[in-house]
Ligand binder design. Sequence first.
Ligand SMILES: *Cc1c(COP(=O)(O)O)cnc(C)c1O
Length: 353
Amino acid sequence: MSINITRATRSRLPETDLSSPGFGLIFTDHMVQAIYENDNWSDPAIVPYAPLAMDPGSCMLHYGQGVFEGLKAFASVDDHINIFRPEMHFARFNRSCERLCIPEIPENFFGEPLHELLKMDRGWIPRQDGQAMYIRPFVFGDESFLGVKPARRYRFLIILSPVGAYYAEGIKPVKLWASDEYVRAVKGGIGEAKTPGNYAASLFPARQAQLKGFTQVLWLDAHDHEYIEEVGTMNIFFLIDDKLITSPLTGTILGGITRLSVLALAREWGLEVEERRLSIKEVFQASREGTLQEVFGTGTAAIISPVGVIHYAGVDIEITDEIGPLASRLYNYITDVQCGRREDDHNWLTKLD
Ligand SMILES: *Cc1c(COP(=O)(O)O)cnc(C)c1O
């Protein structure tokens, strides 16, 4: 593979304020791009970050044949760039592609081109505690036709966005609205793929929850409206009676990489871990009996997000107003590894010089 590099004539970095970048609002000087046509992927190229010229008939704009990933790189304390579990994100990317009839991308698309891109734009990696470079690889059908069928031409891109500490004012628990009306995914649907349609479908219920004063929707299963699935962009864990419980991967939830990291750590730390269906009624019961110790979400953006309140069918379950000891230990462990403050015993990092 040869990577063709075209440098931006001028960097936008000098006029960019990286002190509080927010999430996904700032983009760096360059991006990776590759095109699939005639049954083949082109070699990836690095080009200046710029708007794309697309045909208005491009099928992605009409029927949503696309897939994305989200991972992070960190400026480490020893001046390396640490990418967190890229091979897992690559594998999930291709699993999502398969579900959307998008041709598999070669593994080296998440290797050298990404490494080169991060090195070229390394000045954009924010360095304060909790900040990171969010990496957004994505692919979509880029062929002009209005029939419902898979495209023959695709565009793959990786863009980079410096992001701030997810919690500007320290970790504050989120309030979740468990919907007994709307659902996120059904068995056999696209719930386990990271594909735009899932997120478009979540906007309306999320807005309803926000109008009622809640942060996000807690999704229950589509069949019984009873079993806990996940949150908008996070998997969810319950510590009940010293057992850590999370939903199993049955095809309707997104298999998070943070979820896997948390499961591995919890098992190593000797906690009893259960991947099983958990009904909202069981959570209510645990709350009544005083055995509901902690609830937290897991995902690349926030890493660990404590849950303070869950609302369901007119009743609030009050859990906490601060991060619990397990959530806090997990958050510290994972962020310490990511920034090179702790030994990477699990080989989670790809380190670039
Ligand atoms: C991305 C995502 C997650 C979290 O996955 P991570 O790999 O931990 O970032 C969970 N749920 C949904 C719906 C997601 O899109």
